[in-house]
Design a protein around this ligand. Structure first.
Ligand SMILES: C[S@@+](CC[C@H](N)C(=O)[O-])C[C@H]1O[C@@H](n2cnc3c(N)ncnc32)[C@H](O)[C@@H]1O
Ligand code: SF4
Length: 481
């Protein structure tokens, strides 16, 4: 599939094309020289025009006026009209009922919360999302329900409350779909202690600032934090315990992969008062687990889960991904049935996103993505199971290039929302972050502004430039402690 963009809104056009052509090669060209499908977006005489050619012949032409545009508070109107024109044109040759219409942003609930704050009524928002952005009723209701839950949590935010993130960017092997900052442990064994020395230095440099606030939540993510050895894992959690006050609400540790979890590490997490842990199957089907390179089987996940229960972990989250290699509704029912019996406290359902830096993308030719209709079925299966498990959706986000333009949804049992997940999505609280690839967000309530401090992603660079990482945060807080 080829496309031509004759204006500066290339990202907007591409984001719509990707909705319909998931997993296919999409190539930008200058002229219609190809016999394949070519989508051309242009602006002429104040009209947004999208034409589609096949075998060099025009087969579709859609136009929308760019005159008398009225901003709606949701997005830039010119961009919206350009996206809408491309969307309407492609729909004529691929008539798919896109659940979120032309909404391609990552955080629909953030926008809804902001609009509610500005005085828009829920009905106004519903109408706007349906009529101008073509989102479906079901997704609009989901987003509005979630924003209500989030609002309840966000209303208690204040200047004095912050959250803390710490990242361990190592994993035993790399899963084929992943593009997170994660380094193969076997190649970095010698550097892990050095990494921990550096993160300790970073913690010490910020501890007074952090402790002068109330820490609402601590979140340890990755990579896979539990891929540290038992001694390193203990050292790391002790370092956090020694330097930061106890969090007010929650302390989450992403144990993640079952192949890294031992009884000793589960005990250590309990001893240092972790209140919520994640153990992620992604799928319960061994065939898929092998295909995605996770290095653990269903039985390993079950063992880790039971062991966690035995060690007293009573708030366990489980992540799954829909659309994994060769999976259909049948495999998803199998996974959900097992999870239903295990009865975790929360469940996060992801739609597979094709990440540029993933192994899956490198071998895209051999990947046969699930169809839109199959994805829809699988999403509905997880939704029904979550309900049966007495869970409700409490947070949601979207990513670029997800199969079928769906979403990721976090479900939880009553009152067990992960505050950190909500804060990271809604961006209304300062989050101080430590480790390679971690981004600190300093939120200034007065002007609703965020200043970010980025840590470098490479472990080697992080170790070599640790003083610079510290300085980047200190520059934002100035002399303030
Ligand atoms: C920060 S990741 C890592 C968690 C942990 N290392 C693990 O893999 O169990 C959090 C979750 O994002 C999801 N995820 C990662 N890559 C994804 C992708 N390309 N598409 C959809 N979901 C993805 C997985 O469910 C994963 O558990
Ligand atoms: S274990 Fe998690 S972070 Fe590591 S490669 Fe797999 S998905 Fe990525």
């Amino acid at each position: 599939m080829y496309y031509i963009v004759e204006h500066k809104y290339l990202d907007e056009v591409l984001s719509v094309i990707q909705l319909f052509y998931f997993g296919e090669k999409i190539i930008q060209v200058e002229q219609i020289l190809n016999d394949d499908i070519v989508i051309k977006s242009s602006i002429q005489e104040n009209m947004s025009i999208c034409k589609i050619y096949k075998d060099k012949k025009e087969i579709v032409c859609c136009k929308n006026s760019l005159e008398n545009m009225q901003e709606d508070g949701f997005s830039n109107e010119k961009k919206r009209i350009i996206k809408l024109t491309v969307f309407e044109a492609i729909q004529k040759i691929r008539p798919l009922n896109m659940p979120w219409g032309i909404l391609t942003g990552v955080r629909p609930t953030k926008k809804i919360n902001e609009m509610l704050e500005q005085g828009f009524s829920k009905e106004d928002i519903k109408r706007l999302l349906k009529e101008k952005y073509l989102a479906t009723d079901e997704k609009i209701d989901l987003a509005i329900d979630i924003s209500k839950i989030e609002k309840n949590i966000l209303k208690n935010n204040n200047k004095n409350k912050i959250s803390v993130y710490l990242g361990i960017p190592f994993c035993p092997t790399r899963c084929i779909y992943c593009s997170f900052t994660s380094f193969n442990l076997s190649q970095y064994t010698k550097k892990v202690d050095l990494y921990l020395d550096c993160i300790e230095k970073e913690i010490l440099s910020m501890k007074d600032y952090v402790n002068s606030h109330q820490i609402e939540s601590i979140y340890i993510g990755g990579g896979t934090p539990s891929s540290l050895t038992e001694t390193q894992f203990y050292r790391f959690l002790k370092m956090i315990d020694d330097n930061f006050n106890n969090p007010l609400v929650e302390y989450t540790i992403e144990a993640g992969r079952a192949d890294t979890i031992t009884r000793e590490k589960l005990k250590t997490m309990k001893d240092f008062n972790a209140t919520r842990i994640s153990i992620n199957p992604q799928t319960m089907n061994d065939k898929t687990l092998k295909l995605i390179g996770r290095n653990h089987l269903e039985k390993d996940f079950l063992n880790a889960f039971y062991m966690a229960r035995e060690e007293g972990h009573n708030n366990i989250n489980t992540d799954i991904i829909l659309g994994l290699t060769d999976e259909t509704s049948k495999e998803v029912i199998y996974t959900m049935d097992k999870l239903y019996k295990l009865n975790p406290e929360s469940l996060t359902v992801h739609t597979l996103a094709l990440k540029r830096a993933s192994r899956l993308n490198e071998n895209i030719e051999s990947f046969n993505p699930s169809s839109f209709y199959e994805m829809e079925k699988m999403i509905n299966i997880t939704k029904d199971y979550a309900k049966k498990m007495n869970m409700y959706p409490y947070y949601m986000y979207r990513q670029k290039n997800m199969i079928g333009n769906f979403e990721n949804v976090g479900y939880c049992k009553d009152g067990l929302e992960c505050f950190y997940n909500i804060q990271i999505m809604e961006e209304k609280q300062t989050i101080i972050s430590f480790g390679a690839g971690a981004t600190s967000k300093f939120y200034f309530e007065e002007n609703n502004l965020i200043k970010r401090a980025f840590n470098v992603k490479s472990v080697d660079e992080y170790i070599n430039r640790i003083d610079e990482m510290i300085q980047r945060k200190r520059e934002i807080i100035g002399g303030k402690i």
